[in-house]
Design a protein around this ligand. Structure first.
Ligand SMILES: [Cu+2]
Length: 456
């Protein structure tokens, strides 16, 4: 037991040592927190998990470092539902630093999907990828996507196209930072979430050839989105073009309850979850010997919990120890040899196994941006090449949204695992990055800020 206690402290210490750019840690489906790390492929190495992918032709461009390794759970998400991705600068501490990313980062945020025949074994790299969301610079708010992400506490909401056929998908987040392209180069922060989408149709989605991309392979170093000088160009007069294809959002009737997920389901016997690890009830006990056996079982599970915990944290392991293993030890010692108590019941309260949600879940904004559109929208910031022009089978955007954005109301906060604190949007006084602390190579470039500041 002592060794486990030691390990507990060590795991926490290791996680806190992680250096930071940004990483996708948490998925919400229609506002429901799926748990830190759950369904997400991220590097197990806390020192690397938040780092950019090196080289635009690197296979890791598909799902990030260690992104070919599947995780045990695949999150169910109805076609047309709202997903929220949470990004963190410090993988296990959503409120540390700037929140999602250092303010020095300027560039774009995009979401891609790929339907896969087997969520555990299909290769993330290769064809089949299509973009469903992107945001670069929004001229109406004069905000770069990273600034918006910081204002929204790292929470990015987007909707799944309503016409997705039932099946398993990788949802890929791509945060591109180009603040230091002439130095260390572009920084691509990439992760994937495993999804089971329930749609009204079955089969393979057919993607228009101009909207399907291979990852890696979809980028050239000469792409306008990778050569744009954020210090010499003003995005209000020289629009920034987000890299990659135009978005593809197949329209359709939405989800169906007939769709049945068979892979990556969280087992019903799971009484506590940390990322992609699940605790099962300990064996029954009726005497001292059996009690200590149940205790051993509990601590052995705890060991697996810590071993499997990704950089997003091990809060669930701590809950398992304090609310299960410590209690069993206590009852074995005190002669209370009948158990387990609360057999089969969930351990820990709602949300205890994840970090507190740092802000209010933002609503999804749909529809093309109008001249006076108040907020970034899907496809916004792409210089208008992304408005679903060929329309044959793409999502029908109501006519009333063509002049401005329709804001879907935020999901009720009662869904949240912790009471959400109201986010007061940071006043956007300028697009200049604030003076952040730190000093990571390739992440700052204060000289350049001055140049831009002087130019304004
Ligand atoms: Cu960085």
């Amino acid at each position: 037991m002592r060794s486990i206690l030691f390990k507990t402290g060590l795991a926490t210490a290791l996680a806190s040592l992680a250096t930071a750019h940004t990483v996708l840690t948490t998925v919400f489906v229609n506002g429901v927190n799926q748990g830190d790390g759950t369904c997400i492929r991220m590097s197990k190495n806390p020192d690397r998990a938040t780092f950019p992918i090196e080289g635009i032709n690197n296979p890791n461009m598909a799902c990030g470092l260690e992104g070919a390794n599947p995780v045990a759970f695949t999150c169910p998400a109805p076609a047309g539902s709202t997903l929220t991705f949470a990004f963190r600068e410090w993988a296990d501490e959503p409120t540390k630093g700037a929140g999602p990313i250092d303010p020095s980062h300027i560039g774009s945020v995009a979401i891609y999907l790929k339907q896969v025949s087997n969520i555990a074994t299909s290769s993330p790299s290769g064809g089949g990828w299509f973009k469903i969301y992107s945001d670069g610079y929004n001229p109406s708010t004069k905000q770069w996507s990273a600034k918006k992400l910081i204002a929204d506490k790292g929470l990015l909401s987007f909707s799944l196209p309503s016409g997705l056929p039932t099946g398993y998908y990788l949802a890929r987040s791509e945060i591109l930072a180009i603040h230091d392209i002439s130095g260390s180069g572009p920084q691509f922060f990439v992760n994937c979430a495993q999804l089971f989408v329930s749609g009204a149709t079955a089969g393979t989605l057919s993607i228009p050839s101009d909207k399907e991309v291979f990852i890696p392979g979809y980028l050239k170093s000469s792409d306008p989105g990778l050569t744009y000088n954020v210090y010499e160009s003003n995005p209000d007069s020289k629009p920034y073009t987000v890299v990659g294809p135009a978005s593809f959002r197949p329209g359709g009737p939405g989800p169906s309850t007939a769709a049945k997920q068979t892979e990556g389901v969280v087992p019903s016997t799971c009484i506590l979850k940390n990322a992609n690890w699940c605790a099962k009830e300990v064996p029954d006990y009726g005497n001292e010997n059996e009690c200590w056996k149940a205790s051993d079982d509990c601590w052995a599970q705890l060991d697996k919990c810590y071993t499997s915990a990704p950089p997003s944290g091990s809060r669930g392991c701590k809950v398992w120890q304090e609310k299960k293993c410590d209690m069993i030890v206590e009852s074995c010692r005190s002669g209370d040899w009948k158990g387990p108590r609360n057999k089969g019941r969930k351990v820990g309260g709602e949300g205890e196994s994840s970090a507190p949600v740092p802000g209010r879940i933002p609503g999804v904004v749909v529809g093309p941006v109008g001249e006076e559109g108040p907020t970034p929208v899907e496809g916004g910031g792409e210089g208008g090449d992304d408005e679903g022009g060929d329309g044959e089978e793409e999502e029908n955007i109501p006519a009333s949204t063509t002049r401005g954005a329709v804001v879907v109301p935020p999901v009720p906060t009662t869904f949240l695992t912790k009471p959400a604190t109201e986010v007061v949007a940071a006043p956007v006084t300028s697009a200049l990055p604030s003076q952040g602390g730190g000093g990571k190579k390739g992440c700052k470039g204060k000289k350049n800020y001055k140049r831009r500041a002087g130019q304004k």
